[in-house]
Ligand binder design. Structure first.
Ligand code: ADP
Length: 267
């Protein structure tokens, strides 16, 4: 059988997606990037193939993407995460009637991408200078609050009071601000909601730089957090398309491109 793989080596997580000849998603895997990107990426691919009983030789074409893509020398090709994200979101977005704006929040950066009706990138903006609007901010906040990342969504919706305002525009200062709020007996729920709104406001400013056109697709690991999704919908004043597997859209896009390249004879 012929299979095609997309390997998204992110700053925080490695994502692998596998598609078949028809372009259907066969499987995916998410693991920590750690410090040994190449070794961990190889292992993630190996385990995914093993889980599905697929031999490495059956993967006819593999495209690497993401921050660490150049480290994976065995890839047949590599593309930017902007292009891979656009292809993945365009493909998944079909079922929702098509998407034109992508908001991606990753582990250490955030992006807004505008795509045309064919899925080609027409504009994008990126924040990779400041951790405040990224997954890193959520990781640090969850640690300070002593709650699991997966619990942030529940805390967001369980607050009795209004979300607190987080004024700090830098993760380091926000950390002190959160500790100060806790010391002043503010509820974790209101703090969590405040953090989500702070990220949402930054993200909307970024998205406005590329122009926000419906439908808006939200992906990246932090899109798994329902509280953040709600805050972003509030700030954008519109519904977001959140896929079932938001963290693997970019890997899926790379896998789709791998399939298309191979079948068109370019691979
Ligand atoms: P990158 O591609 O930059 O490595 P990802 O898109 O994989 O980033 O996102 C990583 C981030 O996703 C983590 O920093 C974390 O904040 C967030 N994340 C991962 N899993 C979850 C989860 N189950 N719930 C909420 N947030 C999550």
């Amino acid at each position: 059988m012929n299979y095609f793989a997309g390997l998204d080596i992110g700053s925080t997580a490695i994502k692998v997606a596998l598609v078949n000849q028809e372009g259907d998603l066969i499987g995916m895997r998410v693991t920590d990037s750690g410090s040994l990107f190449h070794k961990n990426a190889k292992e993630a691919l190996r385990v995914l193939l093993e889980q599905h009983g697929i031999a490495r030789e059956e993967v006819r074409y593999l495209i690497a993407t993401g921050y660490g893509r150049k480290l994976f020398k065995e890839a047949d090709d590599s593309i930017s995460e902007i292009t891979a994200n656009a292809i993945g979101a365009h493909e998944v977005g079909r079922a929702f009637g098509g998407v034109r704006t992508i908001i991606n929040i990753g582990g250490q950066d955030s992006k807004a991408i505008q795509i045309d009706a064919t899925g080609s990138v027409s504009n994008f903006a990126m924040n990779d200078k400041c951790a405040a609007g990224t997954g890193r901010f959520l990781d640090v906040a969850a640690r300070n609050l002593n709650i699991d990342l997966e619990e942030l969504g529940d805390y967001h919706f369980n607050g009795k009071g209004v979300p607190l305002t987080i004024n700090s525009t830098c993760t380091v200062f926000a950390e002190s601000e959160i500790i100060g709020l806790l010391a002043n007996s503010h509820g974790k729920e209101e703090i969590v909601a405040g953090i989500h709104y702070s990220i949402a406001k930054r993200t909307v400013r970024l998205a406005k730089r590329v122009g926000i056109e419906d439908r808006v697709y939200f992906d990246g690991g932090p899109a798994l957090n329902k509280g953040l999704v709600a805050a972003l919908q509030d700030e954008l004043q519109r519904e977001l398309v959140v896929p079932e597997h938001p963290q693997t859209t970019t890997a899926f896009g790379a896998a789709i491109l791998a399939r298309n390249e191979f079948l068109s004879g370019n691979g």
